[in-house]
Design a protein around this ligand. Sequence first.
Ligand code: GLY
Length: 584
Amino acid sequence: MSVPTHDAPRAPFASFSFARMLTAAAVFAALSGSFVAPAPALAKTATPKAVLDASAVAVPDRYSADTAQQIFAAGGNAVDAAVAIAFTLAVTYPDAGNIGGGGFMTVFMDGKPYFLDYRERAPQQATRDMYLDDKGSLVPGMSLVGHRAVGVPGTVDGMWQAQQRFGKLKWKQVLAPAIRYATEGFQVEPWLQKRHDDAAKSFAGKTNFDVYFSNLKAGVTFRQPELAQTLTRIASDGGREFYEGRTADLIVRQMYGHGLVTRQDLIQYKAVWRQPVTAEWNGYRIVSAPPPSSGGIGLIQMLKMKADLKPAFDGLELNSVPYIHLIAQIEDRVFADRQQYMGDPDSYKVPVGKLIDDAYLAQRADEVKPDAVPGATPVNPGLGDAMPEKAQTTHFSVVDKWGNAVSNTYTLNGPFGAGVVVDGGGFVLNDEMDDFVTKPGEPNQSGVTGNEVNTVAPGRRPLSSMAPTILLKDDKVSLVIGTPGSSRIFTSIFQVITNLYDFNMAPADALAAMRFHHQLLPQKTIYWEPYQPITGELAEQLQASGYTLAGQQFNGDVQLIRVDGANPEPAADPRGVGVGRVFH
Ligand code: GLY
């Protein structure tokens, strides 16, 4: 690809390490006796006594499980392992693992829950109608493929902040496995070639994707030397290198004349620590993703409404017609609220408390009727006019023997994101801009619509459905769970949690059970999945009840760890190639 001969001015960075600077500041403070907030590098937690028999992970590929093994063997904790897994997946799972995208991390550390939002942001030059032509019509594919689909990436700052705040190992140590996979290569398996081949068709002639990925073929040892250099710079200079150093230069150069992300956008990008959304349910405390995700709220709404409807659910067989009918009505209400009230909390005051309020959800559950005719009554958002998402995302769950946990979901949005590779940097950039409402009323690639609260605006974060979730029992980790799947994310997590706790299934069975999906639009549609299609009598009865059945490629790749006493029990979704592993 051609590169520009001039560029925006460089920020004064890179001649020193940010970590070294913080450490020097703390040493100065200690020597001078003055008080300054402790530098993150020195704020590592002391090693407490082990409370579990083992550490464990449930991860989307075997390479990241090997990485976790090395990190735990070196004395790392759940956050060290999570950060090392995330960087490894950016190399070995490149359709979703990333440094050019963003995500969310729910952490339980030393008995307290935390949430880190490292979602992408719209570039400062982004405008509400940037995906419309001069007649006001959406330009097909513009928010999905190519430079203008790219949001300012958040993954590296997210990993940097998480590891600096909670990790025990050195930053360089947690990047080492990823750098090795990028340098020495990894064996490509057939599933990855298939994902590559599917994505390559949509990028053909539009992006530089094939320059970097045409060799991603089953059986090949795939090496990524430019990515190895990028990761090595980040390892040496700290996470801000991506935003202020040579990597930033390469991103800006890639964008120049094609995309909107500037050096200023990168300098300004900071991951944000937020209060996780929490709720009491069935004797557990749910800790999940707040806005800018709809995932945690959606999950809590579904679980609470189902509990409110216990008399109606009593005796119903899992995934029977009346069961699916009740769940679909719950989902209508959740998606109606999602489209009306949810967006970036830094732009709109999302009424989180009201949306998960017990009385409100009881009243919404009361509208759900066993004898309702599908689609007969419009389902509106429940809070009135109080206020004006085949995605490729991936999730991993981690617990360490000290009782800490990380639930992390991160994404490029579509498979291999926008298909744009940073020349010289060797990594793909996201197409997260499609999670905005590109035109009010028009569905995005996940078929969800929205309104003003989620339109494109400079610096705004697009609404997500990701829901990295931790369930606590008596203030201890009981379940760590999450999945990819865009608008299918929280409906998939809901089904697995229900299988575990309402139907008392073992983790592997809870994952293997049939899953379906329904959302507000298209009306009356029940989506089934190739893993366990809805066929035969069940299909006939659902159609006779007024539902339309539609196949979809995907219904999640749930990675979970259930902690039973001192025993962590990881399980990976049989729909993917994930691995559950325990480290004694
Ligand atoms: N891009 C998928 C999500 O954030 O929900």
